[in-house]
Design a protein around this ligand. Sequence first.
Ligand SMILES: Cc1cc2nc3c(=O)[nH]c(=O)nc-3n(C[C@H](O)[C@H](O)[C@H](O)COP(=O)(O)OP(=O)(O)OC[C@H]3O[C@@H](n4cnc5c(N)ncnc54)[C@H](O)[C@@H]3O)c2cc1C
Length: 287
Amino acid sequence: MHTFSYARPQSLAEAVALLETHGADARVLAGGTDLIVRLRDGSLRPALVVDIKRIAELRPGIRETDGRVVIGATTVMTDVAADPLVLRHFPALAEAAAVVGSVQIRNRATLAGNICNASPAADTAPSLLVHGASVVARGPGGTRRIPVDELFVRSGVTTLTRGELVTSIELPVPKERMASAHERRTRRRGHDLASVTLTCGVDATGVTRIAYGSVGPRAVLVTDETGVLADPAATDEAKAAILEAMLAGASPSPRSMRAGPAYRLAMLRVLARRALATAIDRLAAGE
Ligand SMILES: Cc1cc2nc3c(=O)[nH]c(=O)nc-3n(C[C@H](O)[C@H](O)[C@H](O)COP(=O)(O)OP(=O)(O)OC[C@H]3O[C@@H](n4cnc5c(N)ncnc54)[C@H](O)[C@@H]3O)c2cc1C
């Protein structure tokens, strides 16, 4: 591993100042489950690593305030998956957090790290998109909210600017009753990234949102407002046509070692139908 400096700031202001001064030469360290791998294999060679775990303002925690659920930047997957607020309002996010890596990984890996890493295969990205999440970012210019849909550019690249870091993730508590479900496909159980990762959300008005990842350079969100997908009286043909249109944005890379494009596209359709059926059942059951 190449040599780098290590800083463990105690305050957010100190962290922002370090990140602003060092720009692209600095990297935030949260759980380290992505970063340490890349430091070891040399694919990232920052001059400075800024450990954010001792910053009081970034303490882990999940709370509800002003119609939003706020998840602190250092909150790990284990806690997201088990949190009563997340389970009640955003079941697909709890399901996605529960399948990241292994128990050991989930005890270290943060939700913020999962999306700041901007892997197209990030398991929590589709659920955050379906549930309309934003990140709160703090930088030299102050604080701003970025919808998660506007955070991702492509693999490893976000719209965070020099000196900015994510301080929390916010999800609006749905105004309409809404149910969601997460599905994923991996090469094997356990520690592999997803070949397809997908979330479907359906609300009481029939609006259906599907977000999918690992089938293109970034996770994609699509919305159907016709109500057809959630309508038990609609024909299978009508539903299939809408679903096809929603999944048309998938463009898996032919160079991936995990799965070929044809397999991913076939699985995308299987998982979309499965997650839609589960979300509709949950909505009907009042879950
Ligand atoms: C064995 C193994 C299995 C895995 N399995 C899965 C899986 O099944 N599904 C999945 O989605 N991922 C998986 N991962 C990837 C990884 O665990 C997750 O992406 C994790 O959530 C990253 O969080 P972290 O806190 O460890 O981030 P870190 O490694 O600390 O950081 C990741 C990146 O985000 C940046 N960053 C972190 N926090 C912030 C912040 N607050 N503000 C700005 N930038 C920030 C860092 O600078 C870095 O570039 C796996 C990793 C390993 C090693």
